[in-house]
Design a protein around this ligand. Sequence first.
Ligand code: AMP
Length: 584
Amino acid sequence: MNKHDITHHQSTLSPKDASPGFSTLGLESPLLTTLGTLGYEEPTPIQQEAIPPLLAKRDLIGRAATGTGKTAAFTLPLLQRLAHSTRQKNPFALILVPTRELAIQVSEAVHRYGKAQGIGILAIYGGQAIRPQLVALKRGVDVVVATPGRALDHIRRKTLQLKDLQIVVLDEADEMLNMGFAEDLDAILQQTPKTRQTALFSATMPPRIASIARRHLQDPVEIQIIKEPIKAGVAPRVNQIGYLVTRPHKVAALARILDMATPKSTLVFCRTRLEVDELTSALNTRGYRSEGLHGGLNQAQRDRVMASFRSGKTELLVATDVAARGLDISHVSHVMNYDVPSSPEAYVHRIGRTGRAGRTGEAITLVEPREQWLLKNIERLTKSKIEMATLPTVADLQAKRLTGIGTSIQEILTANKFEQFRNVVNTLIEKFDPVDVAAAAIQLAYGSKSGERKEEEIPVIRGHEMEKSRRPQGSKQAPQERSRGAKIRGETGRPAGPRDRGGPSIKMATLSFSAGRNAGIGPRDLVGAIANEAGLPSKMIGPIKIDDQFSLVKVPAELARDIMKAIGRTRLKGKKVSIRLERD
Ligand code: AMP
């Protein structure tokens, strides 16, 4: 197996070029144009390493977590290969993913990257009506993105034909194994042509993944983006903090952090030009003075933005990595990562912008739940600690504003310069209590300080303990889905909830579902429903017990109500089920 080391990409491009870094990897138009439109300025490390061998039809194992740009890493070569081949009615590529959510996400990405090619994509996953899938498959699709269970269903019905398949991608392979899909994967891969190209991506590489790779991949190129911890050029005085937040709340979260920290000069990093533009306008709408900087600007525009930032007229500079690389800014007090950067190098580059010249700096990263692995990798490889903190609440912000007003009032009192206002106070205290008058005045000051903006509560999400190694070897795997006509399993061999994995003890609660063995419910239906509907990683789900009439699933107690709410809207095996929280 070839080990590919990282090569740091140095951009030598004129800012107007859309995505020349991608053309050096062998990608052609119209993909290059699409990438330019999406605002991608350069390939991420996994893309640099994976795209050339995939274009050369090599099999590949990529160790990459979500957020590294792995979806484009396998989709772009796939689309180019498709463009160079004769289109068949049967699928050209099959992408297997663990959950419905990911199936939708990946198919949307394929659609985005393949728009100019006008390709046919179909996402198929359990829980979805089968008829429209059958119609689409009959009409012919180029790329199928599927969860293994449902893919196998279609293969057995002969509605999914694999004989013309040229490419198979196993995305988040470790998650698929965690969800008990190992046998399904074997069964599917066995029915694909021997000549196919196979790419396997996984955040972790437990022995079970190696064994799948041994059985189904041929002489794969192995990409592990960084094998050695990188020398962190991180100034020791950078305080590194992360906040877990879901995508829809990211702008509000950033605003909350800015309001609490009131930074002097801040550099906000985004991944794409598009994101820079969107975030800049969202921040300006909220009343901040921000400007965007990216590779799409000409020199005069750059100069203007930089001059405005240096003079303090612009408080927030929102930039892509490429644009910031050429920046001559000696010091910023805060670096904010709007996304977790796609590689530890990028992270180190970004946060190196603060904490310079002996001054202290803050590096703040917004982390989406799916990006937690990526952040852990960065911590490990930069040998630094990123403290996860809880976002300040509306009450925290109010308290801070009030404290600020209190301090200002004290300063005015000390300076004794309020003579002209005494008359108003004297008139008011004839009718009202002096303390009430003072409080009303503070309310007035508070209103003008907080502006008209209505503060929203941002839901608190807790990170999950990311264990170093998954299920120990030899321990029972997650239960298999019932194959048609097979005997239904009773209790599952699910090894454990998060408690038994070396992490701190997590309080678990039991959810009771009103359907069990008699309704054909298998463990995977429950794991699938929870993972799909509530977005809970399968490893967070504890032991499952299936009885004739009901099923019990242990889940982290603090998430139990959210899970119930999320699942309340779905069906299990086509039936509506009710869920209760059992008192332990
Ligand atoms: P993934 O790891 O595939 O889930 O991708 C994470 C995010 O990075 C997605 O929102 C992509 O749109 C974005 N992305 C992927 N490749 C690049 C790139 N080369 N430059 C900027 N953003 C990218």
